[in-house]
Design a protein around this ligand. Sequence first.
Ligand code: WTA
Length: 605
Amino acid sequence: MGLPVLALWELGGTEGCSGNETGLSFPVNCLDRHVHVAPDKVALIWEKDEPGEEVQVTYRELLELTCRLGNTLKRQGVKRGDRVTIYMPPCPLAVASMLACARIGAVHAVVFAGFSAESLADRIQDAQSETVITVNQGLRGGKVIELKKTVDQAVKQCPGVKRILVSMRTDSKVPMTALDVLLEEEMMKEDACCEPAAMDSEDMLFLLYTSGSTGKPKGLVHSQAGYLLFAALTHKYVFNYQDRDIFGCVADIGWITGHTYVVYGPLCNGGTTVLFESTPIHPNPGRYWETVERLKINQFYGAPTAIRLLLRYGDEWVKKYDRSSLKVLGSVGEPINKEAWEWYFHVVGETRCPVVDTWWQTETGGICISPRPSNPGAKILPGMAMRPFFGISPSLLDDKGNVLLENNISGALCISQAWPGMARTIYNDHKRFLETYLTPYPGFFFTGDGVYRTSEGYYQLTGRLDDIINISGHRLGTAEVEDIVNHHVAVAESAVIGYPHEIKGEGAYVFVVLKKDSGYTQETLTAELQELISKKIAKYAAPEYVQVTHRLPKTRSGKIMRRVLRKIVEDKATELGDLTTLDDHEAVQQIIEGHKLLVEGWKSC
Ligand code: WTA
């Protein structure tokens, strides 16, 4: 691989940098503190795309990388409070970039490296970032991903960007632009000591973009002290993390799970954390468990979508590998169905490891509802998030805003008291923050999720109450997709609905009314929309189904009746409910028939 990251460490000399602990700032808590006690303890294990090529980074080495990177950022003109966009796959320099921003008081905005150039450009512009950090190329599932090219495309639309710091993940040279700075080369010139900036506990630490039910993705703002405290505590207590454990969260650093449980929680606890660059099926469906055996992972934390996928490949791929190191199995990002839960518990964990189904969100900063196996005798039921974490007070509300006090009841999940890890605002749009989370149920934080409280008082999540869908654990606002579809020349109007998908949890299903004489058919439009949405958002957002219809079901006042469409795509056309406000019953019949034809056509392919 290109310029070896390791060469940087051989320059030596971080020892002198860990002296300043005034205020016990964020980076000191994640690095310097541990360097004093155990400099040679492994902080990161970079599990690269090809199995067996893992790279270990100690706390001393990570501090040094962070300091050199921090000094590079400063020399390039990055100042306290500036936003820095990071578009990198999981790798030590991505973690060092996040920590370096924190160290100099800059605000990082990591963008998942699967997002398209347009999505990246939107996020760079919204954050007003002048700096982007990326890699020349990514490697995932044996494929090369041209990340720098995507950045170049994005930056063409972002005149405010002044510099692109490029790390060499592969040997391949990529065309350079006038903005490019070779990251490793610059880091080598810098001092291995960078004093941590003293920050206020409520200063911004990072922005992370996530989809909402309306408009463009919003940059949620997390602050320093509360976020870190919540990350560290939840990591310790939910996973029963002990000193010397190897923590394996396979999420990408581009999502909140990667921020809190790949990077900040484990590092604040002085732990050893795995950075997983690959996919669950590369080079074969045994990849996770082979990694568990080789790295001796103690806590494994992943998404139900991957569990459902692996379950289909059968037990042999699991049993082939020694999983005796495992102590806790975690699930995150979407509801875990009973079958997947049972397989995870019985086959992967050999009934030895408690499964923690953890409910939380980008907004909550860390896990809010989850079983806690560190609590001896704690009951755990399949597919249930069970109990609130310390300091979290969940409340169920009905549509009239009444608090539901009884058990055995469903309602909107709200949180009635502030907690340390909660997002503080939406970047540059506090009004939207208040409107989205605090106005729907005055006095409560509204999560957007529905929940059922069992007769024993346990919590079971029942899915989103708004127009956010969850594809393979990735959030997507249906409004974002509709916005793109409605701009297509052939489209008069559209509605995007989530439908149940066996592996992905949900998929996107698009209903389209064509403009008169558009010349398009359902087939030609499907291919174009799939490409367009991949290009404008990301591949995961591309719809599997596009159904062309003459009309959309509307109320007499002209509002699209989404709940009717939702029932149809869930194959529950016999349960459409109250249709008294529906303006055109025939349109619904036609849609039901069109849906059957489309789905059956697919099945017979
Ligand atoms: C959903 C991911 C059921 C939920 C950490 C939430 C879940 C959204 C669970 C947040 C779970 C997350 N059971 N649903 N254990 N965990 N969700 O912001 O709808 O990417 O609101 O954060 O995922 O997604 P986000």
